[in-house]
Design a binder for this molecule. Structure first.
Ligand SMILES: CC(C)(COP(=O)(O)OP(=O)(O)OC[C@H]1O[C@@H](n2cnc3c(N)ncnc32)[C@H](O)[C@@H]1OP(=O)(O)O)[C@@H](O)C(=O)NCCC(=O)NCCS
Length: 149
C-alpha cells in the first residue's frame, strides 16, 4: 500500500464533500459549500489521504492553541480496515502540534465502535458526554488526546 497524506484547502471542498458522502449516511452529509466555508476560517485545516492517486479519506480539524479539535474524519468504506484511518490520525497528531496545539478534542457517537476503537488505540480518554447530540438522537462522547510536542 502506497499512501500519501498532505494538507489541502478550500480548493478541495468538492472532493472532501464527495469523500464525506461516501463515508457517512446521506442524512449526515456535509456539502461542498460547508467545507469551503469551514476551510476559509482561521485555524482550520484538512489533511487528505491518497492511495496511489486515489483519494481515500480525510480529516478536517481546527486549532485554537493550545487546543485542537477534529471536526470530521473519514475513510471511504472500500478502504477501511487497512490501517489508513490510523495513518491519518497519526498525521493529524503531528500536524496539530505544529500548529501550536498540545491536546485534541473530538466528539464521537457512543455507538460508533470502529471510531471509538481507533481513538482509544491513540490514547484517547473520555472527558464528557453530550446527550442526544446527533440528529438521530444518538449520544456523543467527548474524547481528549494529549499531543507530543
Ligand atoms: C473510523 C474509521 C475512520 C476507521 O478507519 P480505518 O481505516 O478502517 O481504520 P484502521 O484500519 O486504520 O484501524 C485502526 C484501528 O481502528 C480500530 N478499528 C477500525 N475499524 C474497526 C472496526 N470495524 N471494529 C473495531 N475496531 C476498528 C482498531 O482499533 C484498529 O486498530 P487494529 O487494526 O490494530 O485493531 C472508518 O471506519 C470510518 O471512516 N468510519 C465512518 C466515519 C466515522 O465514523 N468517522 C469518525 C467520526 S468521529
Amino acid at each position: 500500500m502506497s499512501i500519501h497524506i498532505h494538507p489541502t484547502g478550500s480548493a478541495s471542498a468538492a472532493l472532501l464533500a464527495e469523500l464525506h458522502a461516501k463515508a457517512f449516511p446521506a442524512n449526515q452529509a456535509w456539502d461542498m459549500a460547508t467545507f469551503s466555508q469551514i476551510l476559509a476560517l482561521p485555524g482550520h485545516f484538512a489533511l487528505i489521504l491518497t492511495e496511489g492517486d486515489v483519494p481515500m479519506g480525510f480529516v478536517l480539524g481546527r486549532t485554537a492553541p493550545p487546543e485542537a479539535e477534529i471536526l470530521t474524519f473519514a475513510i471511504t468504506p472500500e478502504a477501511r480496515g487497512k490501517g489508513m484511518g490510523w495513518a491519518l490520525l497519526q498525521a493529524l497528531m503531528h500536524e496539530a502540534p505544529a500548529r501550536g496545539a498540545t491536546e485534541v478534542f473530538l466528539e464521537v457517537a457512543e455507538s460508533n465502535a470502529a471510531a471509538r476503537a481507533l481513538y482509544a488505540k491513540a490514547g484517547a480518554q473520555e472527558v464528557g458526554r453530550r446527550q442526544r447530540y446527533y440528529a438521530d438522537g444518538a449520544h456523543a462522547l467527548v474524547l481528549r488526546m494529549a499531543l507530543e510536542p
